[in-house]
Design a protein around this ligand. Structure first.
Ligand code: NAD
Length: 481
């Protein structure tokens, strides 16, 4: 039976004022999983007004009470991980083992930031130009925060931001991606159950061009966090005006393999970064730059490793690769492969949709050699289970290729030489550089930063709390009484 889900505005589960809905189809089975309200601008405005009115309710809670609320959400989710993981796999398409890990990860993400809030310190400065003044620096909430998330991590994305914005003292209007809103509804249900005050959390579902744009544009929204494609970030930035905007956008992660690298480890990390979540990760291994001296060995081993990747029903425990999430993302992968082949690249394994599955979204794990910098697969974010291999002969050439795209999120360098590792780490223009590990790597507490067109601002650990607050200075004159 198709489930009818609702949005959550001003403490109530509601339909859109228009009565319009949209369907969510499983990329794994093709079945319609649920129907959700297709919000209008009027619905979004109602959610924003409710959030504005409700901020006083979260401000009325002390920091310890807000921390307790965050722990309550985490506790409520804990017993139900398996049930949500299965639903996530049906909704998003990722293998059940990955879904389980994603939903499990929700708990430490929320509790880590609750702990960060306890210790969110700001300085007290002694005057210098004004020696009789003391500057007491504080952090204050922004007010109404809009949060817009993508479909690649439907549980992790809200878990990294929504409760965090709330415990900082903001009220939230949350808009999930239209491919994966079911997970968002389940997540918000926990916040409601935990006792987040009425109007402090609002959920609006519907198209980004309507719902997301209104959240970005509306002057009552004081802070906006968008996780999505770079082009979406640009559209949001155009209309956001003067509000605090944090953008976490696309990546094109290069992994560089030097001639002295541990090739076995490099192959394993490359495969992990290319095929995890079918390559639909902002910090996926999007490009592999291999030194010409080790190229043949690396490629041979990567093809062997790729043959072992089991594409199949994502609900089965031994499946490594499920379907991709949606038709436009598969078409983008096809476009990139076609462009590469037309310019001389060679498909060594895979390269097309797989036959015999319930939907057309299953794509073979793919290795492509002879990739050159002018190909789309090198220049743009491909977002699929593809390992494109480029060859280089000098450090300068590797750095030029790696930095030669508009993105700058995550990169990796594999070498046994410490000096080479640090030289690359300083020269690569990405928010993080992983030495001897996968491009696909993050933790709860380090700054997550996209440079160039990969984003604006930082999140992760205390930086997420900083993104949802603003500095204020209270000046105190101390004079002889
Ligand atoms: P997307 O940009 O298509 O959509 C993201 C969200 O923005 C969705 O909720 C969508 O409905 C909304 N949206 C779309 N158009 C909009 C508009 N004009 N105005 C306002 N909102 C709009 O991205 P996606 O396909 O859902 O997700 C994949 C992208 O997200 C990839 O580029 C990936 O790299 C990126 N991503 C980045 C990070 C990071 O931390 N940097 C993390 C995860 C995903």
């Amino acid at each position: 039976m198709v489930e009818k889900l609702k949005m959550y505005i001003d403490g109530e589960w509601v339909d859109s004022v228009s009565g319009e809905t949209f369907e969510v189809k499983s990329p794994a089975t093709g079945q319609v999983l649920a129907v959700l309200p297709k919000a209008t601008v009027e619905d979004v405005k109602r959610a924003i007004d409710a959030a504005e009115e409700a901020q006083k309710r979260i401000l009325a809670l002390s920091i310890p009470e807000r921390v307790k609320l965050a722990y309550k959400v985490a506790e409520l989710i804990k017993p139900n991980i398996e049930q949500h993981a299965r639903e996530l796999t049906l909704e998003q398409g990722k293998p059940i083992r990955e879904s389980r890990a994603e939903v499990e990860d929700v708990i430490p993400n929320i509790t880590w930031n609750a702990e960060d809030l306890k210790r969110l310190e700001t300085p007290v400065l002694r005057g210098y130009a004004n020696p009789d003044m003391m500057y007491i620096v504080t952090r204050e909430p922004l007010g109404v925060v809009g949060i817009i998330t993508p479909w690649n991590y439907p549980w992790l994305m809200p878990a990294e931001y929504v409760m965090q914005a709330i415990i900082c003292g903001n009220s939230v209007v949350y808009k999930p991606a239209s491919y994966t809103p079911i997970s968002a509804v389940r997540f918000v249900e926990y916040l409601v159950k935990a006792g987040v005050p009425k109007g402090v959390i609002n959920l609006v579902t519907g198209p980004g061009e309507v719902v997301g744009q209104e959240l970005a544009r509306n002057e009552k929204v004081n802070g906006l966090l968008l996780v999505g494609e770079t082009t979406t970030g640009e559209q949001v930035a155009k209309v956001a005006g003067v509000k605090k905007v944090t953008l976490e956008l696309g990546g094109n992660g290069p992994m560089i393999v030097m001639d002295d690298a541990n090739i076995e480890k490099a192959v394993e990390d490359a495969a992990f970064g290319c095929y995890n979540n079918a390559g639909q990760v902002c910090c996926a291994t999007e490009r592999i730059l291999v030194h010409e001296k080790v190229h043949d060995k690396f490629v041979r081993m990567l093809v062997e490793r790729t043959k072992k990747v089991k594409l199949g029903d994502p609900l089965k425990e031994d499946t490594d690769l499920g379907p991709m999430n949606n038709e436009p993302v598969v078409q983008k992968v096809e476009r990139h492969i076609k462009d590469a082949v037309s310019k001389g690249a060679k498909i060594l394994f895979g390269g097309k949709r797989a036959e015999g599955f319930p939907t057309k979204l299953y794509f073979e794990p793919t290795v492509i050699d002879n990739v050159t910098p002018d190909m789309l697969i090198n220049k743009e974010e491909t977002f699929g289970p593809v390992a494109p291999i480029l060859t280089f002969s000098s450090i300068d050439e590797a750095i030029e290729i790696a930095n030669g795209t508009p993105y700058g999120l995550s990169s990796a360098i594999h070498t046994k030489d410490l000096n080479t590792a640090f030289y690359f780490a300083e020269k690569l223009k990405t928010g993080q550089v992983v030495i001897n590990g996968p491009v696909l790597l993050w933790d709860y507490h380090h700054p997550w930063v996209g440079v160039k067109k990969s984003g604006i601002g930082a999140v992760g650990g205390k930086w997420t709390l900083e993104a949802f607050t603003q500095l204020k200075t209270i000046l105190l004159r101390i004079a002889k009484p």
